[in-house]
Ligand binder design. Sequence first.
Ligand code: 5AD
Ligand code: FES
Length: 345
Amino acid sequence: MNIADKLVREHRLTETEYAELIRSYEDKNLSKYLADEAVRIRKEVYGDAVYVRGLIEFTNICRNDCFYCGIRKSNPHAERYRLTKEEILDCCGSGYQLGYRTFVLQGGEDGYYTDDRLADIVRTIKARYPDCALTLSVGERSFESYRLLREAGADRYLLRHETADAKHYRRLHPPELSLENRMRCLRDLRRLGYQVGAGFMVGSPYQTAECLAEDLVFLQEFQPEMVGIGPFIPHHDTEFANEPAGSVELTLFLLSVIRIMLPHVLLPATTALGTLSPVGRERGMLAGANVVMPNLSPVKNRKQYELYDNKICTGEEAAECRGCLANRMKSVGFTLVTDRGDYKP
Ligand code: 5AD
Ligand code: FES
């Protein structure tokens, strides 16, 4: 039996088989076959619904120094900002009116946001919008911290593992950061009852087909409720400034593979994918994605949350990404829905 058929029938492969499959991603018949199967599976579970998450990038201050990231602490050109609690609540307010029922608070690892401050914001949002889900994406913290935030009402947590290959991890991060701690965080979050999101960049420097195969095996074992993948895009102020961007085609191929492997997963077509291709997010849907995460951050700060160059949705015209995305999704036969969009086990 060929590998693609085996994946479709058994929803799992060995690491060697994943690597072989990935090496064939430029085979158009293969990618079309996987995309069609992925869309079929996605429709069986979620129909035509596309879930929206209102993304609030509330601080670009970060203690970390990941080599790929534009807001790493050693980038002196990044213009730093931090939203106040009131500004965050305003974002939620306008998001709620636009129909968002999930808010994602994403930020750098900013020491100002202690457990108390963050828990207070979480509690306030959950009290004001009890019908909304709240997702945090604020990096590595202690078990106790994750516990307090969960108790305060956070429902979900996004923490990309970035790469499941320890050697590759060390080439993307300074020595203070380890794959081991990243995995500890993901396990803690799972234990605390969060819906957990993992994920990685496609085409990050030094990544091989074998690294990606390890990523897929990790996802297959960990079974996250959400998976975020997007192409690597160089940022001019990082040491990876001259590295090539990741491939849109390979990203789409991997979206299909992940959908087939994890039929129920909540899988966004990311902003990075939309940045590299003008119809990247639409193509993401046609490859098996079912989530979009439009920007809800104040327009005045959007350009400052610059993880990579040429990020879309940062201009004045992007004040209302929701409408834009509703049209884009409709153009490929999907419907943006107003609902929490929880994982369907
Ligand atoms: N290109 C693409 N994605 C990036 N991220 C960080 N820097 C880049 C970049 N240069 C991703 C990381 C991180 C997420 C918030 O954004 O995977 O987890
Ligand atoms: Fe942001 Fe289109 S989604 S402007």
